[in-house]
Design a protein around this ligand. Structure first.
Ligand code: FAD
Ligand code: NAD
Length: 466
């Protein structure tokens, strides 16, 4: 009873954990002919994270950047089982995954364990809060769709509350002060909220628009350390023009109701009133990842995530491949890396299937040769040699990352791009780069459906506002 796994005992089972960049890229090109494939993720969709801040600001609607996982798997040669559940434990010794339905509505069965031959571990990371008081409870994040929706709701609420009759001026200034923490790409892109002020708020709330302040707080000496110096300067000067205060060498120490506590560059502590805090302080490994690593303390001791070899196999474990933000590699935790790793694994599984089929043929030939006679025997011996030679030719190359460049939207219809070119880099910023940013993201969206929806939202926003 219940959902049947498309299980063929003759075939190996791949259990894919996650439905993000890594997992979706793998699923897109994976040939399922030779495998039982099971996808387990608490979200039954793929989220196009680069456009998440645009949802928070109201430029895009949530469904435009989602792609249901089944939308992709329904076209596969063999049925893929998609299970909306959270993996709770990967047992690398017995090669099983235990998962649970953590959603609001639960049935009589909501917890089970299944075996795997291969596990693709692509659960991503969670938001790093460093245990700073108040961050988890009081700040908005920018990681999941629900984060973008809650940021939008809170921002609108701050404005409506500031517009409440009789609100005193200092309270209005507090409510209209937005503090974004983290000058990495996420924090910088959240500053897209400035577009909402310029394009919409000025006409909807003319008496309040001029009083909105955005502060971007970064502990390091500059924002966007991964971009070239020229683009960092460009971003900082664009923010200055947009009246976004960039506070570098400044560290958030606590988030309170209605304020943030900052440690300033001179180490003094100051309390800054604000209506809303958006936290973009980076990534940390999920608990399930830490638990999995604890099985192999000698080889899995990097706090940033799972250690993998150059074929993306988890060090110490048999049959686990790990990709994306849950790993610690020399690459940055980006969608670009995760999606290339997913596509690489699809090729690895194709090679493994080819090898497996040849090995099966070799076994069957070896079994028949003993009972064969004369001429037939010679033919089978030939076939055995040919199968052996084909097996030896199945080579699985190590993963190679090809960097396509870094892009970020910095608001005011401007974007920045660091693009590799010949042996150097092209750094560009401005409105033309923004058009490039738009076309690059439009073409990167996984389906025509999403491309049409996103393009449509951009047009609707241009005409009717947010
Ligand atoms: P994710 O895409 O996070 O996917 C993880 C998946 O695992 C999710 O489906 C999740 O639901 C699932 N999961 C979680 N826990 C479990 C569990 N216990 N069991 C099973 N499944 C689980 N990168 C770029 O290269 N360019 C960009 O422009 C860019 N913009 C970004 C903008 C924002 C706002 C953010 C937050 C990130 C951005 N990134 C960008 C980074 C990029 O999103 C990540 O590097 C990428 O998502 C990593 O892919 P992943 O598959 O490892 O993890
Ligand atoms: P990040 O780790 O790149 O940046 C987090 C920033 O927060 C750091 O600079 C850190 O110094 C700062 N910070 C942490 N705690 C702080 C505190 N208490 N006070 C002040 N500052 C503090 O994280 P991210 O921006 O979320 O990016 C995560 C990954 O996703 C990166 O690899 C990034 O490249 C990728 N990403 C890429 C894009 C893009 O390419 N457009 C967009 C978003 C994310």
């Amino acid at each position: 009873p219940g959902q049947q796994l498309p299980h063929d005992p003759e075939k190996k089972t791949i259990v894919i954990l996650g439905s993000g960049w890594g997992a979706t890229s793998l699923l897109k090109t994976l040939d399922t002919t030779d495998y039982n494939v099971v996808v387990i993720s608490p979200k039954n969709y793929f989220l196009f994270t680069p456009l998440l801040p645009s949802v928070a600001v109201g430029t895009l609607s949530p469904k435009s950047i989602l792609q249901p996982t089944r939308y992709l798997t329904r076209h596969k040669k063999r049925a893929v089982t998609v299970i909306e559940a959270e993996a709770k434990e990967v047992d690398p010794i017995n090669k099983t995954v235990t998962f649970e339905d953590d959603s609001e509505i639960k049935g009589a069965v909501s917890h089970t364990t299944i075996p795997y031959d291969y596990c693709v571990y692509a659960v991503g990371a969670e938001v790093q809060t460093f245990g700073i008081p108040g961050v988890q409870e009081k700040a908005c994040f920018m990681k999941e769709l629900t984060d973008a929706e809650s940021m939008q709701r809170r921002f609108k609420d701050c404005i409506e509350t500031a517009a409440f009759p009789g609100q005193n001026p200092s309270e209005i200034d507090r409510l209209l002060h937005i503090v974004v923490v983290g000058g990495g790409p996420t924090g910088v892109e959240v500053s897209e909220i400035h577009d909402f002020l310029e394009d919409d708020l000025k006409s909807w709330y003319p008496e309040l628009a001029g009083r909105v302040r955005i502060s971007l707080v970064e502990a390091l000496p500059s924002v966007l350390p991964m971009f070239s110096k020229q683009l960092i300067d460009y971003t900082e000067s664009t923010f200055k023009e947009s009246k976004i205060d960039v506070l570098t060498k400044t560290m958030v120490k606590e988030v309170k109701d209605g304020s943030v506590i900052l440690q300033m560059p001179d180490k003094s502590i100051t309390e800054v009133p604000c209506g809303m805090v958006v936290w973009a302080g980076g990534n940390k490994g999920r608990k399930i990842t830490q638990d999995l690593m604890a099985n192999f303390p000698e080889v899995q001791n990097n706090k940033r995530g799972l250690t993998v070899d150059d074929h993306l196999r988890m060090a110490g474990a048999d049959g686990i491949f790990a990709i994306g933000d849950c790993t610690s590699t020399s690459y940055a935790p980006t969608a670009q890396v995760a999606s290339q790793q997913g596509a690489y694994l699809a090729r690895v599984f194709a090679q493994l299937a080819k090898k497996g089929n040849l090995e099966k043929r070799l076994i069957s030939l070896s079994q028949t040769i003993s009972t064969a006679s004369g001429e037939e025997k010679a033919q089978i011996a030939n076939d055995i040699e040919s199968a052996k030679s084909q097996i030896s030719k199945v080579k699985i190359r190590p993963f190679h990352y090809s960097h396509q460049g870094s892009l970020a939207y910095i608001g005011s219809d401007k974007a920045i791009a660091d693009l590799p070119f010949a042996n150097g880099n092209i750094a560009s910023g401005g409105v033309a780069t923004y058009l490039f940013w738009r076309s690059a993201y439009l073409s990167t969206l996984f389906s025509l459906r999403n491309r049409v929806l996103v393009a449509n939202d951009w047009i609707i926003t241009k005409i009717f506002g947010r």
